[in-house]
Design a binder for this molecule. Structure first.
Ligand SMILES: Nc1ncnc2c1ncn2[C@@H]1O[C@H](COP(=O)(O)OP(=O)(O)OP(=O)(O)O)[C@@H](O)[C@H]1O
Ligand SMILES: [Mg+2]
Length: 254
């Protein structure tokens, strides 16, 4: 059965300020969606709320994943169900290597499926990691480095794509909006997504750069403005945005 992430009339407040004001969005396994919108429109807020960040209060609406309302589930449980989130500003974890981090994540998922599971055997894990790194063209020494510690923007994105490839989620939300992200880092993400997409993966790429859409071609494009999805369409919507800019959205929806 196809996994579906359904966001229904989602209202989210941060410290008493309403940021999301009724978001509706559905992403299915096998689909690529882009969520665009000007700075401060609420895109990252949506990503944080999806993962269950405690500072983001859901005041109304639902998040339904695989037919289950996940609002009461913690971030770890959401992740084990097959929801993956890459943050705009990933945290460094000094002392934990990329390989250890990934093995722990895989083992935690296996334990849920079978409580007797002793974890992935190390040789099997090494083989898996090597295969994934080779197929994504990621330098093998990344595995031995501490997660995101001193990583460049591009390296962080490579580590993120490697996590995505290894954990094999059903739906991935990638928050790529970052003024510090150069075009190469953007390409890493786009190429990674292009290599991984298929019937088993649904992706929501969050960005305010139209540029990423030159590399990833989404069938579905949504525009967020002032805490709502105000436009949804196909790739032609991204083209229209490129021509008219966010001025068009501001003039229409302010
Ligand atoms: N933790 C927080 N505390 C206070 N305000 C917040 C917090 N998180 C978000 N906001 C506010 O919510 C609004 C939406 O922010 P958000 O980061 O979701 O925008 P965005 O669409 O991701 O923007 P960008 O394109 O710059 O990444 C902003 O006005 C921001 O200041
Ligand atoms: Mg953001």
């Amino acid at each position: 059965m196809c996994a579906v992430l359904e966001i229904r009339n989602l209202h989210v407040s941060v410290e008493g300020n309403e940021i999301l004001r009724g978001v509706d969005l559905t992403v299915k396994q096998g689909e690529i969606h882009a969520l665009m919108g000007p700075n401060g429109s609420g895109k990252s807020t949506l990503a944080h709320a999806l993962m269950g960040h405690p500072s983001y209060d859901i005041t109304d609406g639902q998040i339904v994943f695989k037919g289950e309302d996940i609002l009461d589930l913690g971030p770890d449980e959401r992740s084990r169900m097959g929801l993956f989130l890459a943050f705009q500003y990933p945290v460094a974890i000094p002392g934990v290597t990329v390989a250890n981090f990934l093995r722990t994540a895989i083992n935690s998922r296996r334990k849920i499926e079978d409580s007797e599971d002793k974890g992935i055997p190390i040789p099997e894990f090494r083989k898996l990691l090597k295969e994934k790194m080779t197929s994504l063209d990621i330098s093998h020494d990344v595995a031995g480095r501490y997660l995101n510690d001193g990583f460049s923007g591009g390296e962080k994105k490579r580590a993120e794509i490697l996590q995505l490839a290894t954990l094999e989620p059903a739906i991935a939300v990638l928050d790529e909006t970052d003024s510090g992200l150069d075009i190469d880092a953007l390409k890493v993400v786009a190429e990674g997504v292009n290599r991984l997409v298929g019937p088993k993966l649904g992706v929501l790429v969050i960005t305010h750069y139209q540029r990423i859409l030159n590399y990833v071609v989404p069938e579905h494009v949504h525009v967020m403005f002032e805490g709502r999805v105000v436009e949804s369409g196909g790739a032609d919507l991204a083209k229209k945005l490129e021509e008219l800019g966010y001025e068009w959205i501001r003039n229409t929806y302010s």
